[in-house]
Design a protein around this ligand. Sequence first.
Ligand code: AMP
Ligand code: GLY
Length: 443
Amino acid sequence: MKNYRVLLIGSGGREHALAWKLAQSRRLDKLWIAPGNPGTATVGENVPVTATDFEGLKAVVLTQQINLVVVGPEEPLVNGLVDWFAADPALAHIPLIGPCRRGAQLEGSKDFAKQFMQRHHIPTARHQTVTRDTLADGDAFLDTLPAPYVLKADGLAAGKGVLIVASRDEAKRQLRRILQGLFGAAGDKVVIEEFLQGIEVSVFALTDGEHYKLLPEAKDYKRIGNHDTGPNTGGMGAVSPVSFVTPDFREKVERQIIRPTIRGLQQEGIDYRGFLFFGLMNVAGHPYVIEYNVRMGDPETEAVMPRLSTDLLDLFDGVAHRTLHEKSCAIIPDTAITVVCVSGGYPEAYAKNYPIDILPDMPDSLLFHAGTAIREGTLVTAGGRVLALTALAPDIAVAREKAYAALTGIRFQDSYCRTDIGLDIAPAPAAEPHHAMSVPPEE
Ligand code: AMP
Ligand code: GLY
């Protein structure tokens, strides 16, 4: 059986959680992380190359004889890293976990994603895409919608490109601002959407382009304040499983969304190998796609990876060889609660370089680094989201207690976390193990 020399690309909490999981693999020879963070340095070797420095990544792959590349964030995928490897004779034989540029358009262009969903009859909010030349169509579409109004910049906008506005006049004003450059070139096209009322859930699949494995679902807490108040952030916490994802809901998600997506990619000749992240809205028991992402979520990964009892690298081996259907994917039924500690002031301006104190024996929890750095031998804050702490327990209330007890062992100046992660989620019914399915042939 082949062992792997793995290069993981990225530097956040998601990558620390992936690195932590990969480091446990019996199929791992050695793990490098580019550029990684102080947390990933405890489970592998960091190399000082950024995620979008293709030449730098190539140099690491060749010198370290890497034979599998795992891409954490979306940006290198949207920039075409996978195609770039395929076009280089020195790299073409190396499998990557992550889609090609066209596949990455599912995240890189909201207009592409919407048209894809329409072509493949995948449930999503009604929409209209508008440019400066078709502004009048945008206004006319807004006139057909009830409040509130959802406006999305088409391209990648670092999680900031979505506005939800209360009045139609305001929507028309903001539509013009986005087209005039509020979010830069990402807003050259704007997707106007019908507002969907419901609860969100993040569903993750790993696919080899033909078969897929469903990973544990998670709920992300996006707002800075307790009870979903204040501005949006990159994510303040996560819980997995999510109680409303019943076997019936999961079956609908697989039948109406996941399988048509994978089949649609196949039909369009897109060789998609990697993670598919479905941002869903549960509208009265029916799933709708809010967005696709072509990577794992952050902080969802920090809650999802600890619930996976399967060897992740063995699953990646299945992706690389298109034999994912031969692998089993086992999930721990416990509930995972992840709480993110952020720098005071985040998501607006915040200070960096505060020393971080971590009690040496934090009981019964996992600590993932996000925005940390080592300066002169001291661990310091280096980003908005600093650390993500995960606790697992058979019962959600106990998982919460454990997570918040362990958090008292982390101290840095002006640290802040939400105290309500998981409070809105009812205890899950007895979890059933779920198994991967092959995509059936055309009906
Ligand atoms: P996105 O970047 O597409 O995930 O949008 C950011 C957030 O805006 C989502 O997580 C939702 O909370 C919200 N959102 C986006 N689209 C819709 C919609 N059509 N209806 C209601 N809320 C939405
Ligand atoms: N937590 C949401 C995301 O990773 O996009």
